[in-house]
Design a protein around this ligand. Structure first.
Ligand SMILES: Cc1ncc(COP(=O)(O)O)c(C=O)c1O
Length: 353
């Protein structure tokens, strides 16, 4: 069941010959992908965007690999390609992590451009699609996000979390490698493992040894009910989450009280209250967050670089250029969100009067 369920995930980005298995979650899956990167490019640096999941830095430290964060672009929170090119030209890059759906803002790194730089600089490319990996099935992506999802199949490894957008309870991540021969890296000669068949044994090609089978059964059953195909019911829910995010963005952008730094690439919306300074906007976000919760509207908070907003938005550009602003954040990941956007916006307004 694990093999079949993982093969269906791989098929969404066109892989039929690959190595992949389920994991306890996204962090372990990314650990495994970067472990393989480190085995193939020993001692070389791991690069990821400053908005990538914080565990990439920690994982690199666990693996004893140097880690560097790349700046993100002001316009959309994606990896700054010019900065990547400059850094790659200096050399010693083992792997670039492209996040397709950053945890904070849902930004989709420019994978086509990263893959083009791979041709010149020969680093590995790992896609962290733990949050956003399924969105390639949606039918309402921006052209830039569409282009990124359309070339996932050219990456060296991919992580996607069924326990995020794949409708699974916690305990279900997935890591996949384009080249099945990386299996050789897992070879060991322990005297106490034995097998009753010569088939590929997933416990022998994963960092974790014993794992529960329940997550494989649940994922397999879910994918039987809701196949991972474009135009299907599962895909329609992803598109609906995205429509909900676009609708909330439209309402926020049209109201003078709010500032949206950039439109969502997936289903995560971030915004700030308009204010005279970053400190004032931050204090207002905190207050609105608390009052919204009391109104049963459960938002999130995220501290974003002030440079994500138009220069001068919060006072003089030179005052906020290096600063940050506490923003409000909403993840519209449930099918019900599309029908609730109006109510969400009304409660937000009522919480900020
Ligand atoms: C992009 C991304 N990568 C990795 C992770 C870590 O995944 P997990 O919490 O399943 O270990 C997350 C979690 O939110 C994530 O959003």
């Amino acid at each position: 069941m694990e093999r079949e369920a993982v093969a269906q995930i791989a098929a969404t980005f066109g892989w039929h010959e690959f190595l992949g298995h389920l994991t306890g979650g996204g962090t372990v899956a990314n650990l495994e992908a970067l472990w393989v990167a480190g085995r193939l490019k020993p001692g070389k640096t791991i690069l990821a965007s400053a908005d990538s999941h914080y565990t990439h830095k920690r994982i690199s430290a666990v693996l004893g690999l140097p880690f560097e964060a790349l700046p993100t672009s002001r316009e959309d929170g994606r990896i700054d390609i010019a900065a990547l090119e400059q850094r790659a030209a200096i050399g010693d890059i083992g792997c670039v992590v492209a996040t397709l759906g950053t945890t904070g803002t849902g930004a989709v790194d420019p994978l086509p451009e990263i893959l083009r730089l791979r041709e010149r600089f020969r680093f590995r490319v790992h896609v962290d699609g733990a949050y956003g990996g399924y969105f390639g099935l949606a039918d309402n992506l921006t052209p830039a996000a569409r282009a990124a999802f359309d070339c996932i199949g050219s990456a060296d490894s991919v992580v996607i979390d069924p326990h995020k957008h794949g409708l699974q309870p916690y305990g279900c991540g997935c890591v996949l490698f384009a080249d099945p021969s990386v299996a050789a890296l897992y070879k060991h000669d322990s005297p106490y493992t034995y097998f009753t068949s010569k088939d590929l044994h997933l416990g022998e090609v994963s960092l974790e040894c014993s794992r529960p089978g329940a997550s494989a059964v649940a994922l397999w059953a879910t994918q039987r009910l809701l196949p991972l195909v474009r135009g299907g019911e599962f895909a329609a829910d992803l598109s609906s989450s995205r429509s909900a995010a676009l609708e909330l963005t439209r309402r926020l952008s049209e109201h003078p009280r709010w500032l949206v730094p950039f439109p969502p690439a997936l289903d995560i919306v971030v915004w700030a209250p308009r204010a005279g300074s970053a400190a004032e906007a931050s204090a207002m976000s905190q207050k609105i967050f608390d009052r919204a919760a009391a109104n049963d509207l459960h938002l999130a908070l995220i501290r974003l670089p002030a440079r994500y907003f138009e220069p001068g938005t919060f006072g003089q550009p030179e005052e906020t250029g290096e600063g940050s602003v506490l923003c409000l954040r909403s993840v519209l990941m449930k099918p019900e969100h599309a029908a609730w956007v109006g109510e969400i916006f009304d409660r937000l307004m009522a919480s900020s009067d």
